[in-house]
Design a protein around this ligand. Sequence first.
Ligand code: IMP
Length: 433
Amino acid sequence: MGQTTVLVGAQWGDEGKGKVIDILTEDAQYVVRYQGGHNAGHTVVIGDEKYVLHLIPSGILHKEKICVIGHGVVIDPKALIEEIEFLKGKGFEVDEVLKVSDKAHVIFPYHCKLDELREVKKKGRIGTTKKGIGPCYADKVARVGIRIADLFDKKYFRSRLNDNIAEKNAILKNLYGADGFSAGVIFDEYMKYGEYLKNYVCDSVNLINEAYCGGKTILFEGAQGTFLDVDYGTYPFVTSSNSTAGGACTGAGIGPSRIDRVLGVVKAYTTRVGEGPFPTEFGPTLMERIREKGGEFGATTGRARRCGWFDSVLVKNSVDINGIDSVIITKLDVLDELETISICTAYKHGGKTYRSIPGIPGFLESCEPVYEEHPGWLSDTSGITFYDRLPVNARKYISRIKELIGTDIMLVSVGKSRGQTMVCKQDKQGGAV
Ligand code: IMP
């Protein structure tokens, strides 16, 4: 049987998964996306070139890796085609290796419009990427969605589209006073997309399970992060899919017993984009400093990310939810110039101390983080490639994180390039990196 790894973001996304996936891909034959859409942005730096991928697994940057977009992903065909063309233009082989699930749901222009209008009109905005992700998943669950395979059945597609457009136009007009869409125009446009994508489309569940039974190594790459998961995240300030490890089962079609290990990526501090609670968020001065040093601007929207101290309560929760075996810590170097570094170890709320997140409404918004302070290391770690060479205070910081979250630290990353990564401990598969 094959060997499988699920890799997830253990905070609010943007943990630096792109780089880690790129490293792990060396040992994988299949790389699979299982949720989210082009709201994700995975950045990979190879030599002097920086690639930002939104939909296609970053395995595409390696030779002969089968890259699968599973049925749990929502696909904007225009965005996918742009990404394919971009990669081809850079000389990457796409046609032989890219596989797109026939059952993935399709994002239409009305999804994007609704995403945008809901954000503008309602109180308590979420700060979405406005890519139509939420409305598309809503249609999937409401059983009115349109899937990739539907694009190849002209009659069926047209009838589903007509029903959808009639409903969406009524909402756009009556609720938001906005213009509607023409079914004919969208039909013609999407038929062309279908034609373009036809040769990439397959039964991805079958493909993945045959690969597993044939002894292949498969990497499932999560997008976003644990606390953006629609079930486990800081609801309603979440994305609309299961970005946790279980999402690989439902979004790629691999059974739980076929998952061998789960790896979690965490930043050495915390960031989040968009609205929602963030107990350890920095004040303005430190926010500015870390944002600049860490280049904390969204890969998809360019929005400035909010930054804060490492929150061990959140990450411990993430370790439990995902069943994380080992953790990869990224961006340690961003903390190089700080004299003291805080870690949140608990929350205080209503006179009580919590080391987990209770279901009290508004808890994360109103709790007070309990911090312990650690002396900084005040030296440049970005050129260090062996764990033992890290400054003592940096190693103490990592050891304390390990103790608080109760899992092994497998790798530590101190920069964007592949080389700026050090092995901390071999993991249970003997260290796939
Ligand atoms: P949506 O996924 O566009 O619906 O946005 C919902 C929330 O998830 C917003 O707070 C977004 O900023 C956030 N989000 C979506 N994708 C990402 C990502 O890849 N990284 C970080 N935040 C994301």
